[in-house]
Design a protein around this ligand. Structure first.
Ligand SMILES: C[S@@+](CC[C@H](N)C(=O)[O-])C[C@H]1O[C@@H](n2cnc3c(N)ncnc32)[C@H](O)[C@@H]1O
Length: 339
């Protein structure tokens, strides 16, 4: 990897950029729909939605409608601006229904330093985030810590061994081979990875791949310009269902299960809970990301009711770590655990 580029990869890029622009005017409707096809397939296979779901690097909550049925939903991102936009989008989506908003928890944090206790997550998903990571293995270890044994981790990564790169390499237009494990850097902040490299890192973190889907397989300018979206998605769906073993699409989705044994887990191999969830009030899930203490308490106008924060916006409160005394502000219902 080019060293200069590596230095430029930052978690906070999205604080100064409105990510909604990337998707506006339906210019990426094909990619958005292709990704939803996969996520729908992965999530519809989950019968019991009485579970804790987390969208890691959720952006502005683009994919919320795909996982809205889970009983507790955490949207986590490093960018407060993205989270504010996510909150606005979701409020509109659920028509401001307090009952539905209450099950959604907004958290500002680094995905490689999650402010979550071990073994609290049943289902985790991360889409278009791994391409910002220069050490995906470290990220997977952190996800492995918070996901229960038998829990499911669904992820998407940008595939360096895609058809376009293979053709460019064979034509001598790019030097770096798409076939080796070295990440391919695109611009300043994007890293494309080889599928085998990602699978190896997942394996090391205790995840076993259950399903692989190659997505956005027809992402070519001239096809998007000249073929209708309906027809493109028809062929996309066929490719995803039948030809995904040819994993040369620009975007690869994996559905994995955590097989690493943990002593305190409440899930089984099928990813279903064997133990009823305890309270899923936000504070029962959190851990101090600075000192890893699980002893946190809320401080502010109403000490005994952390949910109060979410219900009554504009009340600025803090989550306080009993161990290191660090204070984490809660502003407009967003828990800010950035350290
Ligand atoms: C390309 S956007 C994808 C957003 C969303 N998953 C989607 O597909 O629409 C990448 C998101 O990851 C977030 N992100 C990048 N690095 C992060 C990190 N280390 N911790 C938390 N969020 C991160 C960015 O703030 C941004 O919102």
């Amino acid at each position: 990897m080019q060293q200069k580029g590596k230095d430029l990869i930052r978690q906070s890029d999205y604080e100064n950029y409105d990510y909604r622009q990337f998707w506006q005017d339906n210019k990426r409707l094909y990619e958005d729909s292709s990704e939803r096809l996969v996520i729908k397939k992965f999530i519809s296979a989950i019968a019991n939605k009485d579970a804790v779901f987390i969208d890691l690097g959720c952006g502005f909550g683009r994919l919320f409608s795909e996982y809205r049925d889970f009983s507790t939903i955490i949207l986590l991102d490093y960018s407060i601006n993205n989270l504010k936009n996510a909150k606005e989008l979701i409020s509109r989506y659920v028509n401001n229904e307090a009952r539905l908003m209450e099950k959604v928890i907004f958290v500002a944090a680094d995905v490689t330093r999650l402010p979550l206790k071990p073994d609290v997550i049943d289902y985790a998903m991360t889409v278009r985030v791994i391409h910002h990571m220069d050490d995906p293995g470290r990220y997977f270890e952190e996800v492995s810590r918070v996901v229960k044994t038998g829990g499911i981790f669904m992820l998407e990564f940008a595939n360096k061994r895609n058809t376009k790169n293979i053709l460019r390499f064979l034509a001598g237009r790019i030097k770096l081979s798409p076939f080796n494990a070295e990440p391919l850097q695109i611009g300043a902040t994007i890293l494309d990875y080889h599928p085998n490299y990602i699978k190896h890192k997942l394996n090391q973190a205790g995840f076993k791949v259950k399903k692989m889907v190659s997505a956005s397989n027809f992402r070519l300018g001239f096809l998007k310009r000249h073929v209708s979206l309906k027809i493109l998605l028809f062929f996309e769906s066929i490719y995803q269902n039948i030809f995904s073993f040819i994993d040369t699409g620009p975007s690869i989705f994996l559905k994995t299960i955590l097989v690493r044994e943990k002593c305190s887990s409440g899930s089984n191999e099928n990813g279903t809970n064997t133990e009823k969830l305890g309270s899923t009030s936000p504070i029962s899930l959190f851990m101090c990301p600075a000192c890893q203490s699980t002893e946190l308490f809320s401080a502010g106008p109403d000490k005994n009711s952390p949910e109060h924060i979410v219900e009554h916006e504009h009340i600025v409160k803090h989550i306080v770590c009993s161990s290191c005394q660090r204070q984490y502000p809660v502003i407009d219902g967003i828990f800010d655990f950035k350290v």
